[in-house]
Design a protein around this ligand. Structure first.
Ligand code: NI
Length: 279
């Protein structure tokens, strides 16, 4: 099967990675990170596998105790773990997303929906030009979803208009790690309603696992406002004064984060494997 990343593990990967959390016969990061390969290695890779993973996050407030980079850090970590388990290449993470509604909080850096639409389109078309036929986006931010899906439609159109050789076989898939059923149900069982919808204990737990220094920022927090609508950025800050939407990130523990990473990577590895084998 020419798309199946598992072929790559068998061919390349009997080495162990110290960063990995499960498999003992998986490729090292330097063989799955696009940014560490040469163009000749990418050309060689394309002769075995036409798939690639693109992580995307957001740079935005995550409540008074959460890191600004939470969505990008988490998406990148899940993407790299899926890459280690499958041998499929992982592109550098896109750290900026559509975070207009968080702009009343300092440190938030947002792309307008139209900008993000164009960024995703241009990245997808770049990959398609070189013969990548399956792009699996691992997303860490709900605010990106609508725009990414619109961008897929435009990119199919552009590939056809440009008469790219891959146009007929091109497939894009969006996978939101925090919505994977195993992750969602574990978050519900650990945190119940206190998972909330933004600056959630599950995503904060993953950042605590990835960056233990973030533990020093954690503390008890007052009862959050309950989840409600999202309009403009000023309205958001009025409704949700410290940035949280119904969440209690003080429940987050690094050990939970390790488990969320494992569950997200297992679930998305299955999705990716099916996606690569799809006709
Ligand atoms: Ni987030």
């Amino acid at each position: 099967m020419k798309f199946l990343g598992l072929d790559l593990i068998i061919k390349k990967g009997m080495s162990n990675s110290n960063n990995s959390i499960v498999s003992s016969h998986e490729p090292k990061d330097e063989s799955i990170r696009l940014d560490l390969l040469t163009w000749t290695e990418v050309e060689e890779y394309l002769s075995h596998c036409k798939g690639i993973i693109l992580p995307i996050g957001s740079t935005e407030q995550h409540g008074p105790t959460g890191a600004i980079g939470t969505d990008a850090l988490t998406a990148q970590s899940v993407a790299l773990e899926v890459g280690r388990r499958t041998g499929v290449l992982v592109a550098p993470a896109q750290p900026y997303g559509m975070a207009e509604h968080h702009l009343a909080f300092p440190g938030t850096m947002s792309l307008k929906p139209s900008t993000l639409f164009n960024v995703i389109h241009d990245l997808l078309i770049s990959l398609a030009i070189h013969g990548f036929e399956r792009v699996f986006i691992i997303n860490g931010h709900g605010g990106n979803i609508a725009t990414i899906k619109s961008s897929f439609a435009q990119s199919y159109k552009s590939a056809a208009t440009m008469q790219l050789p891959v146009a007929k076989h091109l497939r894009f898939k969006l996978s939101n790690w925090f919505m994977a059923p195993e992750v969602f149900s574990e978050a519900r069982s650990l945190y119940g309603e206190r998972e909330g919808q933004h600056a959630t204990p599950s995503e904060i737990a993953l950042t605590l696992y990835l960056h233990p220094s973030l533990q020093t920022k954690q503390c008890e927090l007052p009862e959050p406002p309950s989840v409600g609508p999202i309009y403009n950025s000023q309205d958001f800050r009025q409704r949700y004064p410290d940035g949280r939407m119904g969440s209690d990130p003080s429940l987050a523990k690094a050990i939970h984060g390790k488990m969320f990473l494992d569950k997200a990577a297992s679930s998305l590895t299955k999705d990716l494997t099916n996606f690569l084998q799809e006709s």
